[in-house]
Design a binder for this molecule. Structure first.
Ligand code: IMP
Ligand code: MG
Length: 185
């Protein structure tokens, strides 16, 4: 990999700190645990790639709450190389776990226009998932274009493009341990 490649953007302002993310996820897991029957396993379907860091931390907090999970991924693509959605959602990889009659928690990094989540929910319902709830780390209410509501939201944020903690811009910055606003140079 060429680390010298000039980037047209750089993350500057920290919007949500590592400590704030950690505290919020612990509370989210407690909220989630309240609504699930601990005798049943919860199927977590995480939308790849953006949710990987959030999902990993959320799972460990759910474990502390006594929730047992099965984990799978779904790859849906909507973004190209820029900061604007193409509006077209393509299913690149479906989850392998059977979802019929299962309690499913769909986990994503961010609810932006909502098109990705609508597509994911439809797919899961068509395959007989019994109860599909949505958990997102970030929600940008000003950007919603379709009717979709997340059951569990980490943080509501304004209409800014953010990176870090799994979220990328053109494949960069996923490794940042915090959420930063992207500044256009
Ligand atoms: P949608 O517009 O709700 O379908 O969002 C689809 C996907 O776009 C999200 O799962 C993210 O991966 C990505 N996305 C939306 N907003 C941002 C952002 O501010 N930063 C990085 N990725 C974003
Ligand atoms: Mg995503």
């Amino acid at each position: 990999m060429n680390h010298q490649t000039p980037r047209s953007h750089s993350p500057d302002t920290v919007l949500i700190s590592t400590a704030a993310i950690r505290r919020r996820i612990a509370r989210l897991a407690a909220e989630i645990a309240k609504t699930y029957d601990p005798t049943r396993e919860l199927v977590i379907v995480a939308i790849w790639h953006g949710s990987f860091m959030f999902m990993a931390d959320l799972l460990r907090q759910l474990h502390r709450q006594g929730i047992r999970t099965h984990v799978d991924f779904m790859t849906l693509a909507s973004y190209g190389a820029g900061t604007r959605s193409s509006g077209r959602i393509t299913m690149l990889q479906a989850p392998a776990l059977p979802v019929k009659n299962q309690l499913v928690l769909l986990v994503d990094d961010i609810l932006d226009t909502g098109r990705t989540l609508i597509r994911a929910i439809r797919w899961l319902r068509q395959r007989g998932a019994k109860n599909v709830k949505i958990c997102v780390l970030l929600d940008k209410p000003a950007r919603h274009k379709v009717k979709v509501r997340a059951d569990y939201v980490g943080f509501k944020i304004p209409n800014v493009f953010v990176v870090g903690y799994g979220l990328d811009h053109d494949k960069h910055y996923r490794e940042l341990p915090y959420i930063a606003k992207l500044r256009q140079r």
